[in-house]
Design a protein around this ligand. Structure first.
Ligand code: ZN
Length: 250
């Protein structure tokens, strides 16, 4: 099975469309969505409708939960909080129902050609909120996994974490075009980065293709017309900073 991985779309319709066009051309058969479909960007309804239409294997993100009123947003920074309140007003009831239907942890069973993996937005021990980005967090989370592969989002930075059996654990930044070999790796946690708001200094949308037959995940970066996305953010009355950061990939 060839899975297209999309995470942290954040209401960025132009980035999502560019990524899906690429993934479709690459012969992706199924989609995996790591949460945060909304928040920050100006097209929450359209992005939710697309994810729902793809019948993606999807989990809830912290911004999705906040837009549903399921989370205390007092600790969100001001632009993020304003965008969550705005998204909550904008989202249709049908789209809220879709987001409400998403689990926080999804375990995909190995059956009928499907791959066995866990999907969470943050981390296995704290699915909505923990940022997985260090060796310590990795070592504490790995024992909680009962599948060989775990896909995460939330940090918006492409990273992989490995626990080779009997060897030391390690983490690795993932460059465009890089392939992560999942054979003989023990447990692996992979973050393919963010579609709609990358934060690793590369403004292009980030995505990944998981080929379960070849047992590898390939990281891809896709350019999109971000000036259009920026205009929409400003027209919607959201923070200018949310528009500006897209150009820097921060
Ligand atoms: Zn996010």
């Amino acid at each position: 099975m060839r899975y297209g991985i999309i995470s942290d779309i954040h209401g960025n319709l132009e980035a999502l469309q560019a990524v899906l066009e690429y993934l479709e051309a690459e012969g992706v058969e199924k989609y995996i969505c790591g949460g945060d479909i909304v928040g920050y960007g100006a097209n929450p309804n359209q992005c939710v409708e697309i994810a729902a239409g793809l019948k993606a294997l999807a989990v809830l993100g912290n911004h999705d939960a906040a837009s549903l009123g399921l989370k205390d947003i007092s600790w969100f920074n001001i632009p993020a909080r304003e965008a969550v309140i705005w998204s909550s007003r904008e989202l249709s009831e049908d789209n809220k129902d879709y987001l409400r239907s998403l689990p926080q942890i999804l375990t995909n069973p190995a059956r009928k050609g499907e791959a066995n993996f866990t999907l969470v937005h943050g981390s296995p021990r704290d699915p909505l909120d923990e940022y997985l980005r260090g060796e310590r967090e990795l070592e504490e989370n790995l024992p909680l996994l009962d599948t060989p592969l775990c896909l995460v989002g939330h940090t918006h930075i492409p990273l992989s974490f490995h626990s080779r059996t009997g060897k030391k654990t390690g983490q690795k930044s993932l460059s465009p075009g890089e392939r992560i070999n999942l054979k003989n790796e023990g447990k692996v946690i992979v973050n393919v980065g963010s579609v709609g708001q990358p934060r690793d200094g590369d403004p292009r949308a980030s995505t990944g293709i998981y080929d379960s037959q070849r047992q590898e995940i390939e990281i891809k970066r896709i350019p999109y017309p971000l000036e259009k996305t920026q205009e929409k953010i400003i027209e919607a009355g959201l923070s200018q900073g949310l528009a500006l950061r897209l150009a820097y990939g921060r």
